[in-house]
Ligand binder design. Structure first.
Ligand SMILES: Nc1ccn([C@@H]2O[C@H](COP(=O)(O)O)[C@@H](O)[C@H]2O)c(=O)n1
Ligand SMILES: C[C@@]1(CO)OP(=O)(O)OP(=O)(O)OC[C@H]1O
Length: 161
């Protein structure tokens, strides 16, 4: 049996014009949108990079180039389902995923369960295997100045054959 594989991912999107953000597949009304080619879902982009990193298959921009019109305003959940399939094709299932969202606003807590449901569905795992955490930066740095949102993700892939 092959050994399990671990991967980590990180993403940032700057706030820009708009009235909502999409985080973990959840649309959240907000004072700003984010600047992005796709829907700018920082959690899903970090998770995709974690899965791709575990597989040593490059990063999200390699698989979904920002210059490609197919991905303009795309739903990032499509990206997540794609990388889950890449893992399956390589003989791995996602065992668990742990995500930290870093922003002053919006508050993530009230939406964390809905995010877990979306991510668990796209990764074909149980909700108990998906963790969403959040922290502010205590007013420090670009997230502390409310200039954008960052997310960190770690995943463990387990061999299924
Ligand atoms: N965008 C955020 C940030 C934080 N939370 C929740 O608040 C708790 C306290 O945050 P600190 O940065 O002061 O440690 C944190 O543990 C989260 O539960 C949030 O929901 N959304
Ligand atoms: C997701 C992609 C899709 O074109 O574009 P963005 O939405 O701008 O997001 P980013 O995190 O910069 O990752 C790069 C791209 O793969």
């Amino acid at each position: 049996m092959k050994p399990p594989r671990i991967g980590q991912g990180y993403d940032v999107h700057a706030f820009g014009p708009g009235d909502h953000v999409v985080i973990g597949g959840v649309r959240i009304a907000h004072s700003h949108g984010v600047v992005a080619h796709s829907d700018g879902d920082v959690v899903i982009h970090a998770l995709c990079d974690a899965v791709l990193g575990a597989l040593a298959l490059g990063d999200i921009g390699k698989h979904f180039p920002p210059g490609d019109e197919r991905w303009r305003n795309a739903e990032s959940r499509h990206f997540l389902r794609h990388v889950r399939q890449l893992a399956a094709d390589a003989g791995y299932l996602v065992s668990n995923a742990d995500v930290t969202v870093i922003c002053e606003r919006p508050r993530i807590g009230p939406h964390a369960e809905a995010m877990r449901v979306n991510l668990a569905s796209d990764l074909s795992i149980g909700i108990e295997d998906v963790s969403i955490k959040a922290t502010t930066s205590e007013g420090l740095g670009f997230t502390g100045r409310n200039e954008g949102i960052a997310a960190l993700a770690v995943v463990l892939l387990w061999p299924h054959r």
